[in-house]
Design a protein around this ligand. Structure first.
Ligand code: 7GP
Length: 812
């Protein structure tokens, strides 16, 4: 085991550099040094990893099998250094070699194997489970290309491939010897088994290999290292045989590429599944590998699969992995001789389902034609699950045939398809939403029939974020300030931040708190200068909106506020000197096929170009839109923010987790009564949260009454002037029609009611400015936000899952 000393560290680092990279220090590149450093740190974790595996196997406890198509991990080196407490040793050791740790950290390309909230949540959860000493295997896909790299060309988003593996992948451990074969296509046939029972056999048409790549998931200073197992698709021998037989080399190579395509790229749609065949292949591929992996490799020989639920509990991270349900049924029935009822009893105990959305278009429905062609046996099993389920419905609600049809897993329109959320609900022991409001709306609006039938199945677990990455690592200055005040225990017991409350009235603490914020702003300023050539002005209120670009999140509302301020100065309604100096930072990727989102990005950039160079505004308003917002940038942006924008239309954002990160880092929130904002506001207190807009019942009421955005345009002069300025071509280089799609959509449809909430939003921004002008009051609110946000630790979320859903406890 490597020693915890500077000398030892230097020795190991140089050894790695020489033997792994094959270079001498004097000839090594920054990438060589980074790779050697990663290996060195990895070695510190290795013994713990092996020990964790042994301990878990011996204890025969229940493991959490987290099934997720996405893990938005962020950089690994930082986290590994934190978990092993090696920061200081590494800094000193590298300095002895004439190297700078900060520079080497920058070498790492983050694994961006997720789109947004859902993928980042998975990463926070596995961090918390490791830190809480809970056995967990995260299962997912090793995409060769993660979320695209966003660039701007003349203000428009242009996507570049994310080649995160190109310079080496020091954090992964491939295990080709443990590869799993995954079948697709073909047909099923009936036959009579030796025992005289009729059985079904799947005769697949083609297959691929799933190669596991293991990643360490270190707990924070606790010696535990769990595993994240990501699967990569490879061609099987069958493909090589084709080369041999057909002599058509080109065709065989194409076939190989076809197989490897499965894990080639992450689909970049957040909340709007495209229903592509390859996506379904990805889903089945990774869950088939994952189930086989646990059953074949992790359980001891002779394990009685009737007791599977004692050893694993599978959490479905939304519906993406739910094909695991018919897959487990198939394994048990077709390959392990279970009867249907026995198999169902085991399967329905093994799964729980988390829903992450309320948008109808985000609910997956797979055409039965496609499912049946790709997975014929699974399609049969789904039909049978549905049949049995509908029999239960008819028994519970006799004569209510309309209800039975409504609840069927099979949708008939617009084409015949499987409603994956229904399958997930039926097969799972527990179903949860991700914030109180979301869980309630899930019961009342998305799955009302199911919650009526099985009220006890539904529960809530409010999301959380890991304080390790999003406070300790990303905000070292605030962390030190907190630790100086209340000791270090908060990092693993975040509710202890409450002890900071009295400090909100201690003048020296408030000064120190402001100094931390100022230093974080300076750090961000330097980064944006170097990364994007952006100049952040000094002394501005830093107003940040970072999240995926989606109409329901309403970046357009934020933009209307900016344009409105600008218009008022241009037209002389207010003096520039009266505008609170403010920099608005946007960070957002749009799904490549989402036209409205891309147009909005273009508009933000065009407005930025104009406003940032307008002499009239005298530098009091600035817009910064650094391209390619990702976890690494978030870690620098969030700690610097004063104001957090959480402005979705009420009833649309399931939870939000960015909102939690901002509050924990001392930003105040301007937000609607939506998702976890509701709980944030309740905990930090009304006075320290800027609420605006309609609440969910009001949104529903307006919708039912008939919403006409044009009314707001006609009756609100400032809103009209704002939209007219955009329509005039002021921001579009003389082409007045450039942003017609965005503006006319707002004027005529405005599905997410930005115009209806505009007035209230502007008013709340006025209150923000008032509070910001009172430095002491603002600081007090900011400190109270930190002190009262301990609830939003993902450790607490995990405790809730353990108690309410998984019924297992941390290992001793
Ligand atoms: C997101 C939700 O939009 C967000 O509100 C929530 O905080 C996050 O999940 C974690 O629960 N949903 C997705 O990212 C997503 O892809 C489609 O949802 C199923």
């Amino acid at each position: 085991m490597p020693s915890h000393s500077v000398d030892g560290f230097v020795r190991e680092f140089l050894h790695e550099l020489n033997t792994n990279q094959g270079v001498m220090l004097s000839r090594s590149s920054a990438n060589d040094q980074y790779l050697a450093l990663a290996s060195t740190v990895k070695n510190y974790l290795m013994a713990r990893w092996l020990e964790t595996g042994r301990k878990t196997r011996d204890a025969k406890t229940k493991t959490v099998g987290y099934l997720s198509a996405e893990y938005l991990l962020g950089r690994q080196l930082d986290n590994a250094l934190l978990a092993t407490d090696l920061n200081e040793i590494a800094t000193k050791g590298l300095a002895l070699c004439g190297l700078d740790l900060a520079t080497l950290r920058e070498q790492e390309v983050e694994p961006g194997l997720g789109n947004g909230g859902l993928g980042r949540l998975a990463a926070c959860f596995i961090d918390s489970l490791a830190t809480m000493d809970v056995p967990c295997i995260g299962y997912g896909i090793r995409y060769e290309y993660g979320i695209f790299r966003q660039t701007f060309v003349e203000g428009r988003q242009v996507e570049q491939p994310d080649t995160w593996l190109a310079l080496g992948a020091p954090w992964e451990f491939p295990h080709p010897e443990a590869s799993v074969q995954v079948n697709f296509g073909g047909h099923t046939e009936k036959y009579v088994g030796a025992d005289g029972r009729e059985r079904t056999r799947w005769v697949p048409a083609w297959n691929v290999l799933g190669v596991p790549y293991n990643y360490m998931v270190p707990g924070y200073l606790n010696g535990r290292v769990n595993t994240l197992r990501l699967w990569s698709a490879q061609a099987t021998k069958a493909f090589d045989l084709q080369i041999f037989n057909s002599g058509d080399y080109a065709q065989a190579v194409r076939a190989q590429t076809f197989a490897e395509n499965i894990s080639k790229v992450l689909y970049p749609e957040d909340s709007t599944p495209q229903g592509k065949e390859l996506r379904l292949q990805q889903q089945y591929f990774f869950v088939a590998c994952s189930l086989r992996d646990f059953i074949d490799q992790e359980l001891e020989e002779d394990f009685d699969l009737h007791n599977l639920a004692d050893r694993i509990t599978y959490q479905l991270n939304d519906t993406h992995p739910v094909i695991a349900v018919p897959e487990l049924m198939r394994l048990l029935i077709d390959e392990h001789d279970f009867s249907w009822d026995e198999a169902w009893e085991v399967t329905s105990k093994c799964f729980d389902y988390t829903c992450h959305t309320l948008l109808p278009e985000a609910l997956e429905v797979w055409p039965t034609e496609l499912l049946g062609r790709l997975l014929p046996r699974h399609m049969e099993i789904i039909y049978q699950i549905n049949e049995q389920f509908l029999a239960e419905v008819r028994e519970a609600f006799p004569g209510d045939e309309i209800r039975a049809r409504r609840m069927s897993m099979i949708a008939e329109f617009p084409e015949r398809g499987v409603r994956m959320a229904y399958l997930s609900t039926v097969a799972s022991s527990k179903v949860n939403g991700v914030a109180e409001l979301h869980s309630q709306l899930l019961r009342d609006k998305v799955l009302p029939d199911f919650s009526e039938m099985w009220p006890e199945k539904f529960t809530n677990v409010t999301n959380g974020v890991t304080p390790r990455r999003f406070v300790k690592l990303s905000n070292p200055k605030l962390s030190n300030l907190i630790t100086d005040a209340i000791g270090p225990g908060w990092v693993t017991d975040l509710e202890r931040l409450k002890e900071l409350e009295p400090y909100a009235d201690v003048p020296e603490f408030k000064v120190a708190f402001r100094e931390v914020k100022a230093a974080n702003k300076a750090r961000l300023t330097a980064l944006l200068k170097q990364r994007d050539g952006i100049d952040l002005p000094d002394g501005h209120l830093l107003d940040v909106m970072v999240k995926r670009l989606h109409e329901y999140k309403r970046q357009s509302l934020k933009l209307l506020h900016i344009v409105s301020l600008y218009e008022q100065v241009l037209s002389g309604k207010i003096a520039a000197a009266d505008v609170t100096p403010r920099t608005v930072v946007f960070g957002a990727k749009a799904a490549p096929g989402y036209k409205m989102a891309k147009d909005t990005i273009h508009l933000i950039n065009m407005v930025a170009a104009k406003v940032n160079s307008a002499p009239e505004i005298e530098g009091r308003l600035k817009i910064a839109f650094p391209a390619n917002y990702n976890v690494t940038l978030a870690e620098k942006l969030i700690p610097a923010a004063d104001l957090s924008e959480q402005i979705s239309l009420a009833g649309m954002e399931a939870s939000g987790t960015g909102n939690m990160k901002f509050a924990l880092n001392g930003a105040l929130t301007i937000g609607t009564d939506d998702g976890a904002n509701v709980e944030i506001r309740r905990l930090v207190g009304d006075k320290h949260f800027f609420l605006f807009g309609m609440n969910e019942p009001q949104v529903a009421e307006l919708g039912a009454k008939g919403y006409n955005p044009g009314d707001y345009y006609e009756s609100n002069q400032q809103l009209k002037a704002t939209l007219d300025l955009i329509l005039s071509g002021h921001f579009s280089d003389g082409d007045p029609h450039l942003f017609d799609a965005v503006v006319y959509n707002l004027l005529n449809q405005d599905r997410f009611m930005a115009l209806a909430d505009f007035d209230s939003y502007v008013e709340a921004q006025g209150k923000v400015e008032e509070r910001y002008a009172d430095e002491e009051a603002w600081t007090r609110s900011a400190i109270l936000n930190v002190a009262r946000s301990g609830y939003f630790s993902s450790d607490r979320s995990m405790r809730d899952y353990l108690q309410r859903i998984w019924h297992t406890s941390p290992m001793i």
